[in-house]
Design a protein around this ligand. Structure first.
Ligand SMILES: [Zn+2]
Length: 134
């Protein structure tokens, strides 16, 4: 009984200690590596990263925090044309109504242009006036 217990104890201890020692050494080295290149610039960058992370969290957590960006302001190549019903479709409901600015996210200027373009393409029968036309 006693001999078995002792042997078990002796067998279990040394390898554990060895592993722990190895781990500690590794941690210490990693910390040193992270601290060593911390210049003033590096510290500023770390601060900026922290700020950005906080801001991202705030935006993500808030239900109304998402900021809409006008499609046409963001993409300079995107054009509003009455001859292009594919893009105008995006600003129209399934029932053929114009989607309001607060939902589409367009800025005032581009929303006006979209509205005019849709009205023009309706005249040319490229877009619907009423749900029965869709
Ligand atoms: Zn715009």
């Amino acid at each position: 009984m006693t001999s078995e217990g002792e042997s078990g104890f002796g067998f279990g201890r040394p390898p554990r200690e060895g592993r722990e020692g190895g781990r500690e050494g590794g941690f210490r080295r990693d910390r040193d590596r992270e601290r060593a290149p911390m210049t003033a610039k590096g510290r500023l960058r770390a601060k900026a990263r922290k700020k950005a992370r906080k801001a991202a969290k705030k935006r993500g957590s808030g239900a109304f925090g998402r900021k809409k960006v006008c499609r046409f302001c963001a993409d300079q190549n995107a054009k509003i044309e009455y001859r292009d019903p594919k893009t105008l479709r995006y600003f129209m409901t399934e029932t053929g109504k114009l989607i309001p600015q607060r939902i589409s996210g367009n800025c005032a200027r581009h929303q006006r242009q979209v509205a005019v373009a849709i009205k023009r393409s309706r005249q040319l029968a490229l877009m619907p006036y009423a749900p029965s036309h869709v």
